[in-house]
Design a protein around this ligand. Structure first.
Ligand code: OOG
Length: 265
């Protein structure tokens, strides 16, 4: 028999209303309490909320530019206390020019993560194997993601973070290189004002960031989606995330892929 606490968590929830709550929080840079203590949605419903919130962005004219994977490294899972790979959708409004000055007023409590970004060269319309993944790619670039959970203190369950489009907020992509195959063990360094603050290896990303493309192909297939040619695939952070501070120059260097940078205002 359900206790009163369980009963209250079973309150009827409305996917569209929760999507609107998250979209409003993102648009107004206002943090909210996590949703799952109150609304008992499952992971599939969390993705429905995510898709509904991204649809609100599309209604405002934002264009899809690709997708991101989250929790593809141990470091990230440990930092956030979750244990499954997740994915979210990117729009052009999240893209910042490389070397731009990015105002922290656009965010709630932004953190930066070093990533590898892939560019697809062909439509991905089926689950790919690791061996064939490279054939679907145009290139790889050093990149950074700015994550900005809409939840107070960046505290959430897996369902909460999925509903919140996996904390997606900003993407900065460097120059693309053609070679996407030899990325399994490249050094990664994030510097704040020249001082190294995060260090790791691309090998932390599922053993090889190309596996993120394989995962993306499987997830998209399960969701009945095609990843169109010309899409960005953010492979997930190689290290834990670091809180952004104003007035800093942030760079990420990935061995063989080069450097990507921005400043905070
Ligand atoms: C969720 C997003 C995680 C990654 O690369 O692992 C992520 C979060 O930590 O808020 O983007």
């Amino acid at each position: 028999e359900a206790t009163s606490v369980e009963v209250s968590r079973m309150l009827v929830f409305n996917i569209a209303a929760l999507a609107r709550t998250l979209d409003d929080a993102a648009a107004s840079h206002t943090e909210i309490d996590p949703l799952t203590p109150q609304y008992a949605f499952n992971l599939a419903q969390a993705y429905d909320i995510q898709r509904a919130s991204v649809a609100l962005r599309h209604e405002r004219g934002e264009k899809p530019v690709g997708l991101k994977l989250g929790f593809t490294s141990r470091a990230k899972m440990v930092q956030m206390g979750v244990d499954s790979l997740i994915w979210g959708l990117l729009t052009d409004a999240m893209l910042y020019e490389e070397a731009a000055v990015i105002s922290l007023d656009d965010f709630i409590h932004p953190r930066v993560e070093p990533e590898v970004c892939f560019l697809t060269g062909r439509d991905i319309d089926r689950p790919l194997t690791l061996l064939e993944a490279a054939k679907f790619l145009e290139g790889a670039a050093p990149a950074m993601e700015i994550i900005d959970s809409r939840y107070r203190n960046f505290k959430f369950t897996l369902e909460d973070v999925v509903a919140d489009n996996c904390s997606s907020a900003g993407v900065i992509v460097g120059a693309f290189s053609k070679d996407v195959c030899e990325l399994a063990n490249r050094g990664v360094v994030v510097r704040f004002n020249g001082r190294p603050v995060l260090m790791g290896s691309t090998g932390a990303i599922l053993g090889n960031p190309l596996r993120s493309v394989v995962q993306a192909s499987q997830l998209a297939h399960q969701a009945g989606m095609v990843i169109p040619a010309g899409s960005l695939i953010m492979a997930g952070a190689a290290t834990a995330a670091e809180a952004l501070i104003p007035g800093a120059h942030i760079s990420t260097e990935i061995g063989g892929l080069g450097r990507v940078e921005f400043s905070t205002g």
